[in-house]
Design a protein around this ligand. Structure first.
Ligand code: SF4
Length: 348
């Protein structure tokens, strides 16, 4: 199927026009987004949204967007959205010939590992991740030498090469379940130290940890959370487990991005603060206009490399196709599929 898709030569991109037709076609999208995108900005986004929607049909493409993508991407052009676990599952289930992954590089690699016959595109190949770059395959091999026989669980926020050295992957949504599924007394848990501490607090399995951190979540502190409580009485604090332990100790709920979305949808708190990447609050606020969101901002510079013009260019030129060597992909796929099998029907 991949061979059916061919790149077309495109002229250098010029700003697209905000015509009356574009305004009409995108009006329903803007009605949903007007609480988070100022009206003056809409003529910049709308022509790209209209053209991306057209190009997706022409290419037989599907756009997957992580919860940290900006609202004009998340609500404007994405066909499927979610956290890392949900994106991995959706990538495996789609029939589309082309997958455009609006997220960071390890997410696109995971989609490619699960769909070796499909074209998987990332609009900006420099969209990295501080966790993924904190560990290499050679590091994992050294840890295995140091702790012979101890199984290795790695967070999906890792390169394909690291996944290939792993027994099973996990996400923040299913980490405890995955660790316990191994039936081992000790597990090497990589690379997020803070997520590791959180998992360790919820299981009897002894975890050997690595000092990898998410540069977005490690910026938060316990004193900052206390100041939100003082400044916004009654606020419910939801925190991502990539945050330091003093932050998690102050939170009312700790969970993955999907877990936080589920919390807001089910419990409908009057006032909430999500201790995670900034765009999450905007994306969730669109769906819950009755909830007041306190919005501290910690941007992920890697996620923000993905923009509407880059998504359009990616669809036009079929750049940047993600490739993983077959030898690495086969071993990495085993670790990801094992995770999906363990967590089937229970998270994401
Ligand atoms: S938010 Fe953190 S974990 Fe997620 S992509 Fe950015 S740096 Fe990586």
């Amino acid at each position: 199927m991949e061979n059916l898709v061919t790149a077309t030569a495109v002229p250098p991109q010029l700003p697209l026009d905000y015509t009356a037709e574009v305004a009409e076609r995108t009006a329903p999208v803007y009605r949903r987004l007007k609480s988070v995108i100022p009206e003056i900005e809409w003529p910049i986004h709308a022509p790209y949204i209209a053209e991306i929607q057209r190009m997706k049909e022409e290419r037989g493409a599907i756009v997957l967007a992580h919860n940290y993508q900006t609202p004009e991407i998340f609500h404007g052009v994405a066909d499927l959205t979610g956290d890392s676990l949900a994106l991995a599952r959706q990538a495996m289930e789609t029939d589309a010939d082309v997958i455009v992954l609006c997220g960071v590089h390890f997410m696109a690699e995971t989609a490619k590992i699960l769909n070796p016959e499909k074209t998987v595109l990332i609009p900006d190949p420099k969209a990295g991740c501080s966790l993924a770059s904190s560990i290499t395959a050679a590091d994992v091999r050294l840890l295995r030498e140091r702790y012979p026989g101890v199984p290795v669980v790695t967070y999906v926020n890792t390169s394909a090469e690291v996944k290939a050295e792993t027994d099973v992957c996990c996400t923040s949504a299913n980490a405890v379940e995955v660790v316990e599924s191994l039936g081992a007394e000790r597990v090497i848990f990589l690379p997020d130290e803070y997520l590791g501490h959180h998992v360790a607090s919820r299981t009897d399995v002894e975890l050997i940890l690595w000092q990898g951190h998410c540069e977005v979540h490690e910026r938060f502190s316990g004193s900052e959370i206390r100041s939100y409580r003082e400044g916004h009485p009654g606020v419910v604090v939801l925190a991502h487990p990539e945050c330091p332990q003093d932050v998690l100790a102050e939170a009312d709920y700790v969970g993955s991005t999907s877990g936080m979305i589920g919390y807001v949808g089910e419990r409908k708190p009057a006032r909430v603060v999500m201790i995670t990447e900034c765009s999450m609050s905007d994306n969730v606020a669109v769906e819950h206009p009755d909830v007041e969101f306190v919005r501290p901002c910690s941007l992920c510079p890697h996620m923000k490399r993905i923009t509407l013009p880059k998504i359009l260019k990616s669809l036009q030129t079929l750049e940047h196709a993600v490739e993983v060597s077959p030898a690495v992909a086969t071993r990495a796929r085993r670790a990801v599929e094992r995770m999906l099998e363990i967590g089937r029907g229970t998270g994401g």
